[in-house]
Design a protein around this ligand. Structure first.
Ligand SMILES: [Zn+2]
Length: 411
């Protein structure tokens, strides 16, 4: 099976960040190459004239099954938010989780996301929705202390079972997800580390999201969360920590030196008024990889990565009193190449180049709100003007999974 995407404005995200008006040929699940070709060379042709062809977006932190929990805990304090979402979570049936995951996967694909990093319990159910929709799911089974969980049985054992069942799947990569230091003891964190290392996967966890969390940990252990994680020997290369708002420069350096990446979630942080901003520029300077995540629908309340990109650019410009920082190109990098790198997939995903996996989104640049889109302003329009509603087609692993507002990947 081959697909030719013809005549679009291709935002390659290659090392030179080239934007070209050209064709993209996909063969099986890979990008065969860029350059003008005859329509007869492919089994299927997508006319992309006036459209922008971009690498599929990487949502580096979310809780996809919470899509049906949209609007359940708005305009309340952080504690009240946790209370409401935990109470709703505790009542959910497997059917509820499946329904939520289906909705979340649909929203992700229809708004141009092709890879998502998830943190939740019941990932075995979410994995089914991921396969069914045809999205790439890096699914982290939530781990917390046995006496704090609503999961049946031990979270560590549940996670191990999940990993063993789903390893080797085409689209699902199982991940270990210690929820956060506020519900994970030293023993639990280290068991999670051991499990991830033994099964050759990585850990994804919430980290230093609020000042309250940091001070609580300080009074409990005498150490700030990142310092503590470093001292207990948890920090590791290839992990992804979400939020990372309330960290000192020293903690930022510890994360960067350990090779731990960061998922920046600006909308969720703004809405829950955590009062700080993830120090993305500092983290980058220290050598850390920083991607972008929406967080779950209970706190965002959207999985639209285009909106997330815009908010990301704005929050950093505003908080630094400097419109020159966090350019559209840097933000698009976070949602594509940097996100892919954080997932350990930098060589396979994140850009449109020959040999890479064919994960691509096609955005209609002619619609009201996007027009005029040219090769010159394409990157700016994607970040500052676009919404996920302008996504015309999404391709994952060489397969068209969303087209003209409909999911079409189901076999
Ligand atoms: Zn989260």
């Amino acid at each position: 099976m081959s697909i030719l995407i013809k005549g679009g404005i291709v935002v390659t995200q290659d090392k030179d960040r080239k934007v070209l008006v050209t064709d993209v040929l996909i063969e099986k699940n890979r990008i065969k190459g860029l350059g003008k070709r005859k329509a007869s060379e492919a089994d299927q042709v997508i006319d992309a004239k006036g459209k922008v062809v971009i690498p599929g977006l990487v949502n580096l932190h979310q809780h996809v099954a919470m899509a049906t929990m949209r609007g359940i805990a708005d305009d309340v304090t952080f504690d009240k938010f946790l209370e409401k979402t935990f109470a709703a979570d505790a009542k959910r049936t497997p059917e509820d989780i499946l329904e939520g995951a289906r909705l979340g996967c649909a929203e992700s694909l229809l708004t141009g996301t092709t890879s998502l990093l998830d943190l939740y319990y019941g990932e075995d159910i979410i994995a089914k929705a991921v396969e069914e929709a045809g999205i790439r799911g890096f699914l982290g089974w939530a781990i917390l202390d046995d006496d704090k969980t609503t999961q049946k049985g031990s979270p560590i054992k549940n996670a191990a079972k999940f990993i063993d069942k789903w390893k080797g799947s085409r689209l699902v990569k199982p991940v270990v997800a210690p929820q956060g230091v506020y519900v994970c003891s030293e023993e639990t964190m280290l068991k999670a580390r051991e499990l991830a290392d033994k099964r050759k996967t990585f850990c994804h966890y919430h980290l230093s999201e609020t000042r309250g969390e940091v001070y609580q940990h300080l009074s409990k252990t005498g150490k700030r969360p990142v310092d503590w994680l470093h001292d207990i020997g948890f920090l590791s290369k290839g992990d992804v920590a979400a939020h990372v708002v309330w960290v000192t420069k020293h903690e930022g350096k510890l994360l960067a030196d350990a090779g731990t990446s960061v998922a920046h979630c600006p909308t969720s942080n703004l809405k829950l008024a955590v009062g700080g901003t993830c120090p993305v520029m500092d983290l980058r300077e220290f050598g850390a990889t920083v991607g972008l995540g929406t967080d779950g629908c209970a706190s965002n309340n959207s999985l639209d990565m285009f909106m997330e990109m815009k908010i990301c650019a704005l929050i950093h410009k505003h908080s630094r009193w400097d419109p020159t920082v966090m350019s559209a190109q840097q933000v698009l990098d976070m949602a594509t190449v940097e996100g892919a790198k954080a997932l350990g997939m930098g060589a396979k995903l994140g850009s449109i180049e020959a040999g890479k996996l064919a994960d691509i989104a096609i955005v209609d640049g002619t619609r009201i709100g996007m027009a005029p889109t040219t090769p010159k302003n394409a990157v700016s329009n994607l970040v500052y003007s676009c919404s996920g509603q302008n996504v015309f087609c999404t391709i994952v692993d060489g397969k068209i999974v969303a087209y003209d507002g409909q999911l079409v990947g189901k076999e």
